[in-house]
Design a protein around this ligand. Structure first.
Ligand code: 5GP
Length: 183
């Protein structure tokens, strides 16, 4: 099964996804490649940080399941090396989600949202985004939400971490059930 988590910058996707993975060892979190520079204090293994040439070379060799340009940088999911016994968890933007859902309509596609625009802005500032990056990420949010709705994403508001994780766990359990019953 493939689980795609998308949502505007600053809604807390990273925290939610880390929590899900810590609690459910059947989930396998893909580590994306990006041409973006690391943020101050960002973990070295948050992404595979590469330059544009390395990214484009990997793309030309069909090394990505999906990739997209987001606010001037490239982001991509490497073709996963994981067995069928694990569920693939992707934290990617809506353009990438469209590619994955197009190819795998059975995927669980969740759009994570902040409780409000003000809260999104505060979270972006708190994680150290530059003021221009905060502005562009907030402006981009409306576009991403509209696109995800068109693709039929399930919307989850990330107000409280514990409740959000519990909600996502129940969506994942529901989606696993039919295949487990038949197989
Ligand atoms: P950030 O720069 O905030 O880490 O990520 C910017 C956006 O790129 C976020 O919406 C994030 O979910 C998305 N993103 C991260 N990895 C990937 C990926 O592998 N593919 C795509 N399409 N988007 C990604």
């Amino acid at each position: 099964m493939i689980i795609v988590i998308s949502g505007p910058g600053g809604v807390g996707k990273g925290t939610v996804v880390r929590e899900l993975v810590a609690r459910d060892h059947r989930l396998w979190l893909s580590r994306s490649w990006t041409t973006r520079d690391p943020r101050p204090g960002e973990a070295d293994d948050a992404y595979v940080f590469v330059d544009r040439d390395a990214f484009e070379l990997h793309a030309s060799r069909d090394g990505f399941l999906e990739w997209a340009e987001f606010l001037g940088d490239l982001y991509g999911t490497p073709v996963p090396e994981v067995g069928d016994e694990r569920d693939l968890l992707l934290e990617i933007d809506v353009q990438g989600a469209a590619q994955v859902v197009g190819r795998h309509p059975e995927a669980l596609f969740v759009l994570l949202l902040a409780p409000s625009n003000d809260e999104q802005r505060l979270r972006l500032e708190a994680r150290g985004d530059r003021p221009d990056q905060v502005d562009s990420r907030v402006a981009k949010a409306a576009e991403e939400v509209a696109a995800a709705r068109q693709l039929g994403a399930i919307e989850v508001i990330n107000d409280d971490l514990g409740s959000t994780v519990a909600h996502l766990e129940s969506l994942i359990a529901d989606r696993r059930r039919p295949s487990e019953a038949s197989g």
